[in-house]
Design a protein around this ligand. Structure first.
Ligand code: SF4
Length: 510
């Protein structure tokens, strides 16, 4: 892994500059129907007024892409110059329409020209691989020409779980597959002299997202590329858990100097994402919005070495573990600033004892996860004791420590939820469904349950979940076991019971 801090080129996206030493930009995505101009414009305005510097809307078809013109006009008429981005999956035609209208188009290499992963292994010989890449280049050419002519930026947005069959056959659903997928597209765009590009590697899994971005940076260095990077954990869920997992993954990379724009994906109103993204950036980079002295990525603890981090409480100078036994090893006590400057070895096999001064539980959760995530992703500290001189005290600090361990998969003590932020494809009340599913399954420690808005992207992007509750149209839900839809088109009113029945039956058989 390169130790040279990554510094991206500066690019222009409409009225917004991004990259270099500029502050890390904040953005969000609407969840309205893109054909509904009035509600889309209103939601864009709410995002912008919350501090969003770019707004993205789904354009699943040509009609939605065309309606971006009305939405953009509505925004400009209301006095907002904020750049608009179209989110494209599967539909190059929609991308080519949108690229003439909006300032940025996001495409997914997993489904732009290649077939989306069907989880059925196929073989590609080297010559077939080359031919497929050439076909991809030809498929991208019209978009590259349009973007060049109109000055439109492109995000090459790779998602774990929506890699193409071709990439999956050679690399599997891995960080390497994600980075290779992006590099292939970057080379095609660069080969045509097109460099107004942002690139992203997203996953609902913190470790995969961090690894994929580090690999991307390494591969871009090797290719002499310095494109700005968009960071985010996908399907982060909602509430405190969604904030903590987002902060742990994004904060780790920002501390390393990686990341030029952040989108936090919460199953909440999109404008609620903006203050969370800002708080993550501030926790790591301060008011400047960009880390001045990036830390080196921490090497992970050697595989096979036993590691089981404990959560500690502090009584005066004594640290007790969960059984009440005192800890006699080394402790690293650090303020947030000292924590940000701490190198990995300093935390190795010690209790990490950050001391915050925060009265707001949400703020504290974000700050703690953003600063602590990298140590636990690298599996370094022997344990964690969070101290605070502000109003948040007692069991809330202990719970927060467990949440940081859960978010970094250092120690799993609860059910893990994946839920998408919703978009124009969602046809049911996902936030309500998440609430009900969480209430009914909170006892299933260690299980991963996904609640996703649509069957188009949901099943791929919840890869790794044990069970899925996936919207399949108006009032209908598919229930998944792993990647298989075992119950289809279940009426929404019965879907939770069916999901629980499936889990209970599976558990009874074990
Ligand atoms: S899973 Fe479907 S509904 Fe949810 S954000 Fe992704 S595309 Fe939109």
């Amino acid at each position: 892994m390169s130790l040279t801090p990554y510094k991206s080129d500066i690019i222009q996206i409409g009225s917004l500059t991004m990259g270099g030493d500029l502050p890390v930009r904040v953005q969000s995505m609407t969840n309205t129907d893109t054909l509904n101009t009035a509600s889309s414009v209103s939601q864009c305005i709410r995002i912008i007024e919350a501090g969003g510097e770019l707004v993205r809307l789904t354009a699943q078809g040509v009609r939605e892409a065309e309606n971006l013109a009305a939405i953009k006009s509505g925004l400009r008429a209301a006095g907002f110059e904020t750049p608009v981005c179209a989110d494209i999956h599967f539909n190059p035609g929609a991308a080519e329409v949108a690229a003439r209208i909006v300032e940025k188009v996001r495409i997914n290499p997993g489904n732009y020209a290649d077939k989306r992963a069907s989880f059925i292994r196929q073989e590609f010989s080297d010559s077939e691989w080359k031919a497929e890449l050439e076909r991809t280049r030809e498929r991208l050419m019209p978009l590259i020409k349009i973007c060049t002519e109109y000055g439109t930026a492109v995000r090459i947005g790779v998602n774990h779980g929506s890699l193409s069959d071709r990439i999956m056959t050679r690399y599997g659903n891995t960080p390497e597959g994600m980075a290779v997928s992006a590099i292939e597209f970057l080379k095609i765009f660069r080969g045509e002299g097109f460099n107004r590009i942002v690139v992203s590697m997203k996953s609902s899994d913190t470790l995969t997202m961090v690894m994929a971005n580090r690999l991307l940076v390494k591969m871009m260095f090797e290719e002499g590329m310095h494109y700005p990077i968009h960071l985010g954990i996908t399907e982060a869920g909602e509430g405190e858990d969604g904030r903590i997992i987002s902060a742990a993954g994004t904060g780790t990379l920002l501390a390393e100097g990686i990341g030029d724009t952040v989108r936090v994906s919460l199953s909440e109103p999109p404008e609620a994402e903006i203050p969370v993204a800002r708080a993550i950036i501030k926790a790591v980079a301060g008011e400047a919005g960009r880390v001045k002295n990036p830390v080196a990525p921490l090497e992970k603890r050697r595989p096979g070495e036993r590691w089981f981090p404990q959560v500690y409480t502090r009584e005066r100078d004594r640290f007790n573990d969960e059984s009440g036994a005192p800890y006699t090893g080394d402790v690293l006590t650090a303020s947030p600033d000292e924590l940000q400057a701490t190198e990995g070895r300093q935390a190795y096999d010690r209790i990490l004892n950050p001391v915050f001064n925060c009265d707001d539980p949400e703020q504290l959760a974000i700050e703690a996860a953003a600063l602590l995530g990298r140590f636990f992703i690298a599996r370094h500290p022997a344990g964690l004791c969070i101290s605070n001189s502000g109003a948040v005290q007692g069991d809330a600090l202990r719970r927060l420590a467990f949440s940081v361990l859960q978010a970094t998969e250092a120690r799993i003590t609860r059910t893990r939820y994946i839920s998408c932020p919703t978009c124009g494809r969602t046809k049911f009340n996902l936030q309500e469904a998440v609430r009900k599913v969480k209430e009914a399954t909170a006892h299933l420690t260690g299980m991963k349950i996904a609640v996703m808005g649509c069957v188009v992207n949901g099943p791929g992007e919840m890869a790794g979940a044990d069970y899925g509750y996936v919207g399949a149209g108006e009032g209908k839900v598919h229930i998944y076991r792993g990647t298989e839809a075992v119950l289809k088109n279940v009426p929404e009113a019965e879907a939770l019971d069916k999901l629980l029945e499936l889990i209970n039956n599976d558990q009874a058989r074990q």
